[in-house]
Ligand binder design. Structure first.
Ligand SMILES: *[C@@H]1O[C@H](CO)[C@@H](O)[C@H](O)[C@H]1NC(C)=O
Ligand SMILES: *[C@@H]1O[C@H](CO)[C@@H](O)[C@H](O)[C@H]1NC(C)=O
Ligand SMILES: *[C@@H]1O[C@H](CO)[C@@H](O)[C@H](O)[C@H]1NC(C)=O
Ligand SMILES: *[C@@H]1O[C@H](CO)[C@@H](O)[C@H](O)[C@H]1NC(C)=O
Ligand SMILES: *[C@@H]1O[C@H](CO)[C@@H](O)[C@H](O)[C@H]1NC(C)=O
Ligand SMILES: *[C@@H]1O[C@H](CO)[C@@H](O)[C@H](O)[C@H]1NC(C)=O
Ligand SMILES: *[C@@H]1O[C@H](CO)[C@@H](O)[C@H](O)[C@H]1NC(C)=O
Ligand SMILES: *[C@@H]1O[C@H](CO)[C@@H](O)[C@H](O)[C@H]1NC(C)=O
Ligand SMILES: *[C@@H]1O[C@H](CO)[C@@H](O)[C@H](O)[C@H]1NC(C)=O
Length: 363
């Protein structure tokens, strides 16, 4: 039996080895917000290839041992493996490979709070500094991968140069005007090290004025507004602040806009949940500049579970009262009729004897 199985695996190995070259596939989100969980799965790894995860060609063994990263590997006809972390850190960014016998790699970007530069009329001009550049250093600036100083820069970037200047003596980039054109992703390189920036508009928060939830049902609110992925949202519900899900309060991603924590749901709403709910947004909460923050408020009203039943019960009560009135009236009328017929009978009966007597008298 064992020899048979051995022969079979050998055959399948041979088959795989001689069949077409397999490309390793990677799956997972390429951009994650700092603090959010992430996971990369590699599939289609040939059995002869050992699964060794690396980032930028460096071993991840120390981080795996420290429990910062975890790996799950499955072996079937082809191998697959997943690497994941509970909380993304800026140093998690890089090119991941699950085997060194393949060219493919998966680039992971971690969007961190300190990449953001908030543009508002009060922060213009905005100066981006590339590391600790000195006048001797050559700093290159890019926007969405386009070299801003290249002589052959596209028309679009020539237009951009109206609003942006690069100070070659200090290596800094200065954004002079608050226009939509200057928003986006910038990067600079200094001595082979690159740094990323995201220039975003001042965030805003928008909530409807109020919402009504029936007791026992679920609350669902979305914090809308001008927000870019990576913005940090703090919700206040029932006097408590939430940045993460906890018990019946769940914060989740707004998939349409890619904003983590923009959706608040609370199960099993009860009467004591009535009150104001806040959503507060900022790219960096340790940054104390108030103009870089925004908040919105919604009033939660809770409706009695029986509320829908009250009109029906009211109608029932009305019908009952009407029936009672009719009944009482009918009873009274019957009684009155009876009495009436009693008094009616006497005059009817009396004349007869009278007539009789009359007749008698006539006789
Ligand atoms: C990783 O190694 C490959 C080839 O071995 C090389 O082409 C690539 O530049 C290296 N990547 C990094 C980030 O060092
Ligand atoms: C791939 O990893 C194996 C095992 O660690 C090592 O022996 C081999 O030299 C590595 N190959 C390359 C191209 O880095
Ligand atoms: C937040 O802003 C402060 C003050 O501007 C800065 O020192 C810090 O590095 C920023 N932190 C993050 C995570 O962006
Ligand atoms: C910035 O814009 C706000 C309204 O958007 C305005 O109230 C404020 O005066 C402006 N500040 C400056 C310095 O222009
Ligand atoms: C600009 O020139 C560089 C090299 O000089 C070239 O790599 C790049 O593709 C050119 N870009 C455009 C938009 O022509
Ligand atoms: C940009 O802002 C400067 C002042 O900072 C102003 O002089 C210039 O006209 C503005 N340019 C545009 C195109 O709005
Ligand atoms: C900036 O980069 C993000 C990914 O980090 C991407 O989703 C977005 O479209 C980029 N912005 C622009 C203006 O290209
Ligand atoms: C919640 O956050 C707000 C705004 O940052 C703050 O004023 C308030 O004290 C916080 N409440 C609690 C209970 O931490
Ligand atoms: C409403 O729910 C909260 C949280 O589950 C609980 O603490 C509170 O006692 C409940 N109030 C009522 C009236 O049931």
């Amino acid at each position: 039996m064992d020899t048979l199985r051995g022969a079979f695996t050998l055959l399948s190995l041979l088959f795989l080895a001689t069949s077409t070259v397999h490309a390793v596939n990677y799956k997972g989100p390429s951009h994650v917000d700092e603090g959010e969980p992430w996971s990369i799965e590699c599939t289609n790894v040939q059995p002869k290839d050992e699964i060794i995860w690396t980032r930028n060609n460096e071993s991840l063994e120390p981080e795996i041992l420290k429990d910062d990263l975890s790996i799950v590997t499955k072996t079937r006809a082809l191998k697959s493996s997943s690497i994941s972390a509970q909380e993304a850190r800026p140093d998690h960014a890089g090119r991941y490979k699950c085997t060194n016998n393949s060219e493919e790699a998966f680039p992971l970007f971690v969007i961190s709070g300190n990449m953001f530069r908030v543009l508002s009329n009060e922060s213009v001009p905005l100066t981006l500094k590339c590391g600790e550049a000195t006048s001797k250093d050559v700093v290159r600036w890019f926007k969405e991968k386009h070299d801003l100083l290249a002589a052959n820069a596209s028309e679009e970037f020539k237009k951009l140069q109206e609003f942006i200047t690069v100070d070659t003596t200090t290596g800094t980039l200065v954004i002079k005007n608050e226009t939509n054109e200057v928003l986006g992703n910038y990067s600079c390189t200094l001595n082979g090290v690159s740094q990323e920036f995201k220039v975003v508009p001042k965030p805003t928060a928008v909530l409807p004025h109020s919402t009504t939830v029936i007791e026992g049902e679920k609350l669902h609110v979305v914090c809308n507004g001008k927000q870019s992925p990576g913005v940090k949202i703090i919700w206040t519900f029932g006097g408590k602040n939430y940045t993460k899900s906890s018990d019946r309060v769940k914060l989740s991603i707004d998939k349409d806009r890619g904003i983590n924590g923009a959706v608040l749901t609370v199960e099993n709403i009860n009467m004591s949940d009535r009150g104001d709910i806040y959503c507060r947004v900022s790219y960096n909460w340790t940054d104390r500049i108030p103009i870089h923050r925004a908040e919105a408020k919604i009033l939660l009203r809770v409706k009695d579970k029986l509320a829908a039943l009250w009109p029906f019960l009211g109608i029932c009560a009305e019908v009952f009262v009407l029936c009672a009135i009719i009944l009482i009236y009918e009873k009274k009328r019957n009684k009155a009729e009876l009495e009436e017929s009693d008094t009616d009978q006497s005059p009817d009966t009396k004349p007869t004897p009278n007539k009789d007597s009359d007749v008698r008298q006539r006789k």
